[in-house]
Ligand binder design. Structure first.
Ligand code: PLP
Length: 428
């Protein structure tokens, strides 16, 4: 595959932008390649500026459940843009999106729109602290909740009770307020609750982890976690920025029948335009300004063009039964892949739910961050380079999900299975 134009564009980007990118994973650092520069995308396909075509499994890291440039969403965005981009006042469209969110997420009795998933989580954490009058938060190692200060924290070496910032520029006084537990390990959470009685405002979790690769919650883990939090007077925050409107229309909580106190959304609810939202119990949400003492605001929050994209996306997902379509495509892909790779179970693990999956370069099971770290990142590198050259665009990291859309066809998935399984066999 020729990538001359991409190479040239990346050089110029690197002279103007840190790492040549607006978000770090796009730099392809972990796979040691020069990134492709994208021109456009339609349906399941994405095209770089050299004219190469790829089957897309990045899908903008989650928002594009309907595939790229769905006609109905394009139309809604154009027509909203023609009527002005931003007003600094409430619109009917915002109310409609809030209604759609409430319809599919009964736990979200009241919702605030923001501009990104990061902002949703940052504000939800402040709200939980304000509502409970407590300062500590429990998060899980390997879960990603955006890049706000309180969430860029990892477990220190040794005991799980010490936390350290996972980025420079975060005061330790703040990071020590975030406690880190192990995913699927209820005992690690119990220990934190007993060590910090009456201090924990909330537990935040990706109900299905999708930012360390896909890692599923084990039977009753989420339920036990919620019981534990409530017994201790702490709130439960589900970060459904990826899983919302994807695992089911009502997200992971709809699929599992759970009711968190606060939920964070993003990605799909903007259909690819920048948006986020957080919402939950009415008595909690009433702590937010202008009703309550917890301040939160945004010049562009509820932006009409983003909201139009979100409404059109959610309605099209309902109309097309897009969740089932994407699930069937993923189901078929995973079954075929498992069949092709059945002799390599000691080297490969495929974690999968609904329309997200990760192929880990590790045998056995992958049920937490420690397991994820045991996968062979070097093998992934070679694998990534060869599938990219064969026309498969996936995230340049072992620790990301592959995202399917309702526009992925059997032809797409058949081609993908043959390319991926060949590349895996060659890499082992
Ligand atoms: C993407 C993501 C975020 C952050 O959203 P941004 O829009 O990138 O700020 C937060 N939580 C989860 C689970 C995510 O996947």
């Amino acid at each position: 595959m020729k990538r001359n134009k991409s190479l040239k564009a990346v050089k110029r980007a690197e002279s103007l932008m840190p790492g040549g990118v607006s978000s770090p994973v796009r730099a392809f650092k972990s796979v040691g390649l020069s990134p492709v520069v994208i021109k456009k995308a339609h349906g399941s396909r994405i095209y770089d500026i050299d004219g190469n075509e790829y089957i897309d499994y990045v899908m903008s890291y989650g928002p594009m459940l309907l595939g790229h440039a769905d006609e109905r969403v394009v139309k809604a965005v154009s027509s909203s843009a023609a009527d002005g981009f931003s007003f600094g006042a409430t619109t009917e469209a915002e109310i409609e999106l809030a209604g759609l969110i409430n319809k599919h997420f009964p736990s979200i009795e009241s919702v605030r729109l923001v501009n990104s998933g990061t902002e949703a989580v940052m504000s939800a954490v402040r709200l939980a602290r304000g509502f409970t009058g407590r300062s500590k938060i429990i998060k899980f190692e390997g879960c990603y909740h955006g890049h706000s200060d309180s969430m860029l924290v990892k477990a220190g070496s040794g005991a799980l009770t010490t936390s350290v910032p996972s980025s420079a520029g975060i005061p330790e006084n703040l990071s020590k307020e975030t406690l880190v537990a192990a995913y699927n390990d209820i005992l690690s959470v119990k220990n934190l609750f007993s060590a910090h009685k009456g201090e924990i405002a909330a537990v935040i979790i990706e109900p299905v982890a999708a930012n360390m690769g896909v890692v599923l919650p084990e039977e009753d883990f989420l339920k036990n976690l919620m019981d534990l939090a409530r017994d201790n007077g702490s709130l439960v925050i589900f970060d459904e920025v990826i899983t919302g409107f994807r695992l089911s229309l009502g997200g992971a909580q709809g699929l599992f029948g759970l009711k968190p106190d606060i939920t964070c959304l993003g990605k799909i609810i903007g259909g690819g335009l920048p948006i986020g939202a957080f919402g939950g119990r009415k008595d909690i949400m009433e702590y937010l300004s202008p009703l309550g003492p917890v301040y939160q605001a945004g010049t562009l929050s509820g932006n009409p063009v983003c909201v139009a994209a979100g409404i059109a996306t959610v309605k099209a997902i309902e109309e097309d039964d897009a969740v089932s379509k994407a699930n069937s495509a993923a189901d078929y892909l995973v079954k075929s892949l498992k069949d092709e790779l059945k002799n390599f179970n000691d080297k490969i693990t495929i974690n999968y739910i609904s329309s997200i999956l990760t192929v880990f370069f590790k045998g056995g099971s992958v049920r937490n961050f420690n397991d994820v770290m045991k996968s062979d990142a070097n093998r992934f590198k070679g694998f990534f380079a060869s599938v990219l050259d064969a026309g498969i665009f996936m995230a340049p990291s072992q620790y990301e999900a592959m995202f399917l859309s309702s526009k992925h066809t059997t032809q797409d998935t058949d081609k993908t299975v043959s390319i991926i399984s060949e590349a895996i066999k060659n890499s082992l």
